[in-house]
Design a protein around this ligand. Structure first.
Ligand SMILES: Cc1ncc(COP(=O)(O)O)c(C=O)c1O
Length: 406
């Protein structure tokens, strides 16, 4: 085996994407002990930074160690007791994932569905809430599998009216699309780093409202080996997962620093740097940048004689779905893009498998040069595969968006 030397890929799929260089630097910073005051200071800083990222005043804003689904699992397993009703509106792969995780936690899961490429109207969700009366509504914001962005603005009010806990998975959308934890009335939100935040996967920031925290605190059971005489267990049922037990994780992230897991220091450095990068740029500026480069990519692929997938009114800023044209081998195009140009574009899942490519413009790669290189390479690759294109139209369309934005 030789020294690690991955090819210099440009990752233009639906995530993961290339990291900001400053995030890579942060990850290679030397470790310190988990109770070192510098480390606990960093933990507190991370809580403060992510409050601004999530736009919340929630004290309980912290990292779950693991990929984005670790955040999802922690939120759901901690609040769901066996038999609780959970409503999951599904508009793509990740709705199915929320439903599965809730089911594994013992919930009675009720789902409603719209065809992939569409989103729900608030009335559809309210209607389902009225008939099911769930304890929890679990809803994805940006589902990369379909490139659709579910509007959340009015869902919080509906949940409050019907006394439902409102959780959203904003892994793929936050930082590139508007998101307001407190203003939209969310009780729990989880994300990852590998999309618009421009980091690697492996840390899942979450934020939890006081309502959510007081609910899960009723299930607070402390591990025998760390419990002391002044700790008492709560009356509620013990959370099934130790690793994802939010009351215990909160003890670790609180001033008591009661040990749970060993915090993944390198990922914490990395999550801290992602938040700093986003906040230094400004959340609104970052959203506008994702919109600009997403629009340029959308205009560009339309100039390649390709049709875009889904209801464009609800498209995420940071990813576009493109139909693979008749007679073109989708995998062969991705193969050439990867091996001849070092550019990765995404395949797709489930009902869309083999039908669309997904092309992302997010985080570090929401940049003009990344958009233009991808369009130029795709034009050449499609033309050589026999697809009819007018040379230069894709990049001209993208340039028109950039000029219009000046
Ligand atoms: C909306 C959404 N939720 C969850 C996930 C799962 O994330 P992970 O693979 O980091 O566990 C993804 C990954 O693409 C996603 O886009």
């Amino acid at each position: 085996m030789s020294i690690l030397n991955p090819p210099p890929r440009l990752l233009m799929g639906p995530g993961p994407i290339n990291c900001y260089p400053r995030v890579l630097n942060a990850m290679s910073t030397q470790l310190i002990g988990q109770y070192d005051p510098v480390m606990t200071g960093y933990m507190n800083e991370v809580m403060g930074l992510y409050r601004d990222v999530f736009k919340t005043n929630n004290q309980a804003t912290l990292l779950i160690d693991g990929t984005s689904r670790a955040g999802i699992e922690a939120v759901l397993v901690s609040c769901i007791e066996p038999g609780d009703k959970v409503l999951v509106p599904i508009f793509g792969r990740f709705g199915h994932l929320l439903a599965e995780i809730a089911q594994r936690a013992g919930a009675k899961v009720h789902t409603i569905e719209v065809p992939w490429g569409e989103v729900f109207a608030p009335e559809q969700i309210e209607q389902a809430i009225k008939s099911i009366q769930p304890k929890v509504l679990a809803l994805v914001q940006g589902d990369t599998s379909t490139t659709m962005l579910q509007p959340l603005e009015h869902i919080g009010e509906i949940c409050q009216k019907h006394d439902v806990l409102f959780y959203s998975d904003a892994t793929a959308s936050l930082g590139g699309n508007p998101f307001e934890t407190d203003a939209w009335g969310l009780d729990a939100v989880s994300i990852g780093l590998q999309k618009c935040l421009g980091g690697p996967s492996g840390s899942a920031p979450i934020t939890l409202s006081e309502r959510y925290v007081s609910l899960v605190r009723k299930r607070h059971h402390i591990e025998a080996g760390i419990r002391t005489s002044h700790h008492t267990n709560s009356e509620g049922s013990r959370i099934q997962s130790n690793y994802f037990d939010i009351p215990m994780i909160l003890d670790y992230w609180s001033e008591e620093r009661l040990n749970h897991h060993t915090e993944a220091t390198s990922m914490l450095y990395c999550a801290r740097e992602c938040a700093l990068q986003l906040l230094e740029e400004g959340v609104e500026t970052s959203i506008q940048r994702h919109k600009l480069h997403g629009d340029a990519m959308l205009a560009g692929v339309s100039g390649l004689n390709l049709n875009v997938f889904g209801n464009q009114t609800h498209k995420m800023n940071n990813v576009v779905g493109v139909y693979i044209p008749e007679g073109i081998d989708g995998d062969a195009i991705r193969h050439t893009m990867l091996h001849d140009y070092n550019i990765e574009i995404g395949t797709s899942f489930g009902p869309l498998h083999g039908k669309i490519w997904r092309i992302g413009t997010m985080g570090y790669n929401a940049r003009k040069d990344a958009v233009l290189h991808t369009l130029q390479a795709l034009e050449n690759t499609l033309r050589r595969a026999g697809h009819r294109v007018s040379p230069g139209e894709a990049t001209d369309n993208a340039y028109n968006i950039y000029q219009g934005a000046k």
